[in-house]
Design a protein around this ligand. Sequence first.
Ligand SMILES: [Zn+2]
Length: 113
Amino acid sequence: MSITAIAQTFRTKKRERAFRRTDGHCFYCGCDLAADNEYVPLEEGGYTEPPGKKFMQLDHMTPKCLRGTLRSENVAPACEYCNARKGGRSVEAYRLWLCSKRGEPVIFYGDKS
Ligand SMILES: [Zn+2]
């Protein structure tokens, strides 16, 4: 197996673990995320999201700037919206912000550790 293939497998496993952690929901807002094999190929190349689901990104729960690590325990699946807005905030701080922004409770998936 080439180094590139090993690195690819490692990334895939990390994504799968993150996806399972929340049963396919965004760790922050709870929206449905698409598994990698659910992406819909476009005729002109690239992929789009399947209906009702969002692309999954990996977020570092404790941001690197707050001494978070790159280890799996610190990685959670997030939608693009949350990943782009969480920034350097802690999980709690971001979830509080999200609840206040929506004006209603948000269902959370997955545990923090
Ligand atoms: Zn989200």
